[in-house]
Design a protein around this ligand. Structure first.
Ligand SMILES: *Cc1c(COP(=O)(O)O)cnc(C)c1O
Length: 377
């Protein structure tokens, strides 16, 4: 994994990509050109395969960051008179609530503490209490804290009650197992620049073919109309509007590397080793993870800020950056934290190196112990 002298991104996207992925962007492509459109088609096939979607599911790529694709999925797949239940335990869930409000889709905001997973029982109870809910929008890995929500259990509840399920799997797709044959959903959204380790700039929606084809006319927006994007692409092999050609080429290379690594099981195992190495090293320095191990996804880890008065995030961040690592601020409402990502073209050795960079930074800042103020009860 050669990266030159660029800092390592320990963030949940954009993330550190391999040299091969970066090199795939050194060529210009015509958007109408057959060779380019074959790349798009092959990517779509491979993405459906990641969730074992067979012929029942299709992939609709969309220009933009991941949120664009989430917004498009809600706008297309929830009819205008639909009602969406959002189990809400973090910032990305809250974003879906906002999207529903922008799109005038009725939304039921099911508040859950940000250190507790969304469970099948909680969703079951909410659906039982309000029969007018038509869809559940679930964030699989809530990247705000790094929480692993129970996709399998919630998909089962939705299936049993005949509710639509839309999954924001942005930070879990390709890393955590998702098998649509056992865990059915209407649509799942992810993007090029997360666990697939491509460059950012393209989202995609894996949708049940029937559901997508029945969604004509739902979209509030031309640019975000997934039905139109899909049917146009089927007819012409082309994207409707200018595609992010370099991002698509990089994603082709990134998926080839993903397959060569051993696909989702291997990628998930590498991230799990990264996460375990990070947590062990940080604990040895006195840091305490925000989440219980049982609900921690191996994607990004939230740590409590040290209680030492010499600690201040900006100075800490700058010093760790000077040592070659880019951390991520916390995104929690109640407690002061910061986050360290485990994803990207990095391995456990990199995690040992960042722990030693953080240890050296604490010494530089005169912080004796990284322990936070509060102990969990
Ligand atoms: C990254 C991410 C998104 C999309 O964020 P963008 O900044 O729009 O790419 C959405 N949901 C989750 C859970 C994410 O981790």
């Amino acid at each position: 994994m050669i990266r030159g002298n660029d800092p390592i991104l320990l963030t949940p996207g954009p993330l550190t990509t391999s040299l091969e992925t970066k090199q795939a962007m050194l060529r210009d492509w015509g958007s109408w050109d057959g060779a380019f459109n074959q790349i798009t088609a092959s990517i779509c096939r491979d993405l459906v395969d990641v969730v074992h979607g067979g012929d029942d599911y299709v992939c609709v790529p969309l220009q933009g960051s991941g949120t664009f694709a989430v917004e498009a999925a809600i706008g297309n797949l929830v009819p205008r008179q639909g009602r969406v239940l959002v189990p809400n335990n973090g910032a990305y869930c809250a974003r879906i609530v906002r999207i529903c409000k922008y799109l005038n889709r009725a939304v039921v905001d099911l508040a859950i503490p940000e250190d507790r997973p969304a469970t099948a029982a909680a969703v079951e109870a909410a659906l039982a209490a309000d029969a007018s809910i038509s869809h559940v929008a679930l964030v699989h890995c809530e990247t705000g804290a790094g929480l692993h929500n129970d996709l399998e259990g919630i998909a089962e509840v939705c299936r049993a009650r005949g509710k639509g399920l839309i999954v924001d799997a942005m930070s879990s797709f390709a890393a955590l197992p998702i098998d649509v044959r056992a865990t059915p959903f209407d649509a799942l959204i992810a993007a090029s620049g997360k666990c697939l380790e491509g460059a950012p700039g393209m989202g995609f929606v894996l949708a049940r073919r029937e559901t997508l084809l029945a969604s004509a006319g739902n979209s509030h927006s031309l640019a975000m109309d997934l039905h139109d994007q899909f049917t146009y692409m089927q007819r012409t092999t082309q994207w409707r509007f200018t595609p992010p050609t370099h991002v698509v080429a990089a994603l082709r290379s990134a998926i080839d590397q993903f397959v060569a690594e051993g696909g989702q099981p291997a990628r998930g195992a590498r991230y799990a080793a990264n996460c375990a190495t990070l947590v062990e090293g940080m604990r040895a320095l006195g840091f305490r993870p925000f989440l219980e191990p049982a609900v921690q996804a191996p994607i990004i880890v939230t740590f409590h800020a040290p209680s030492d008065p010499a600690y201040q995030f900006k100075a800490f961040y700058d010093r760790v950056r000077a040592r070659g690592y880019i951390l991520y601020p916390g995104k929690l409402t109640q407690v002061e934290t910061f986050r360290v990502g485990c994803i990207g073209a990095i391995d456990a050795n990199e995690m040992r190196n960042v722990v030693s960079a953080i240890g050296a930074t604490l010494r530089d800042m005169g912080i004796g112990s990284a322990a936070p103020a509060l102990r969990a009860a």
